[in-house]
Design a protein around this ligand. Structure first.
Ligand code: GDP
Ligand code: MG
Length: 201
């Protein structure tokens, strides 16, 4: 799959503000500062489609992007608010959680959630909770370990194997990604393409 063009559609806090649900949609979630916006920018080959932030916790909205592909269907990417930023109050963190949960459980066109985890941090309580919740709600998900360039190749493989073992998954189903050298970009795009329902292709 090739992404030909990408543009911002709108931001929303609640369902009546979401764009119409008509195209296969992929949402990106993870801890604040894990690299969600950077991954979307890399996939779409745009430096500033999504604002990246040295000020973590900045994205507080559900942001929708229109993705033109070389397939028969276009797609929608969604940059979800990041969780777990320590400097915001519990109350605000809860609001973000509700916003994400509402989106995930109500969005009929959502094909898969891309769960991003910093390769140096690995899975922690929040991620396990989210996976469990996704499973209970029958929402498909795949995992991307971000910032792989921060570790040596050997340590990358070690972290990958540990995460796979932890989750009882095949390590080939977890993607190592680095925005620095764009490693993993094609694998994420392939995975997304394979999750597009046949009736859309
Ligand atoms: N070295 C490295 N830095 C990254 C990578 N991905 C993101 N970053 C940096 O991590 C910070 C947070 O990224 P951002 O995409 O804004 O995270 P978000 O809060 O999850 O959207 C920014 O300073 C990025 O430049 C990566 O693959 N490698
Ligand atoms: Mg962001």
């Amino acid at each position: 799959m090739i992404i030909k063009n990408a543009s911002f559609i709108k931001s929303a806090v609640q369902p009546d503000q979401y764009p119409e649900a008509e195209l296969p949609e992929f949402a990106f979630a993870g801890r604040s500062n894990v690299g969600k916006s950077t991954l979307i920018n890399t996939l779409t080959n745009r430096k500033k489609l999504v604002k990246t932030s040295s000020n973590p916790g900045f994205t507080r909205l559900v942001n929708f992007f229109s993705i033109r592909t070389d397939l028969a269907t276009d797609l929608v990417f969604v940059d979800l608010p990041g969780y777990g930023y320590a400097k915001v109050s519990k109350n605000i963190q809860e609001k973000w959680g509700t916003m994400v949960e509402t989106y995930l459980s109500s969005r009929t066109t959502l094909r898969s959630l891309v769960l991003l985890v910093d390769i140096r941090r690995g899975f922690q309580e929040k991620e396990y909770d989210l996976l469990e919740w996704l499973f209970a709600n029958r929402i498909d998900c795949f995992i991307v370990l971000t910032k792989a360039d921060k570790l040596s190749r050997q340590k990358q493989q070690k972290a990958l194997a540990a995460t796979a073992k932890d989750l009882g998954m095949d390590k080939n189903d977890i993607i190592l990604f680095s925005a620095k050298d764009r490693n993993g970009t094609d694998r994420v795009l392939d995975k997304i393409q394979r999750l597009i329902p046949v009736e859309n292709i």
